[in-house]
Design a protein around this ligand. Structure first.
Ligand SMILES: [Zn+2]
Length: 140
């Protein structure tokens, strides 16, 4: 791992640079976090932890296991969405579904994008069929 400090492109803010080798990435993906302190490169005494994982769920589990950091809301009990099943009717009865919507009580349901609440995609609560995300069957 390479650590360096510099100045950001705005010419003002301090910049911390971390370069990861292939070996570093291999260890990260194997669940070994990398921990560095900004004081090592002459910046304020702030501990930085970098974790790696194939899914955000895997990352959240590592953070919870090693540092007792709460998992993001919904991340704990929300499994990966199933693969797309185009042609299945929308659960609201308004036509063909275009993605999977997460409901805390009943799990993933087929709905159309028009029934997804604002911000649902960003929160991972509506996964359009065309989205390239990890799916239950291992596809993306
Ligand atoms: Zn609908």
């Amino acid at each position: 791992m390479i650590k360096a400090r510099g100045i950001a492109r705005d010419g003002q803010r301090p910049l911390a640079l971390f370069g990861l080798s292939g070996e570093n990435v291999t260890r990260l993906m194997a669940g070994e976090p990398i921990s560095v302190n900004l004081a090592d490169i002459g910046l304020p005494d702030i501990q930085i932890v970098i974790v790696g994982g194939r899914t955000e769920q895997a990352l959240a589990e590592q953070l919870g296991r090693h540092w007792n950091i709460p998992r993001p809301p919904g991340g704990q009990d929300r499994p990966l969405p199933p693969p797309p099943t185009p042609g299945v009717p929308c659960a609201y009865g308004c036509g063909t579904s275009t993605g999977w919507r997460w409901y805390r009580r009943v799990g993933w349901q087929r709905i159309c994008a028009a029934k997804a609440p604002a911000g649902a995609v960003a929160r991972g609560e509506f996964v359009p069929d065309e989205a390239h995300v990890d799916r239950q069957d291992g596809s993306r």
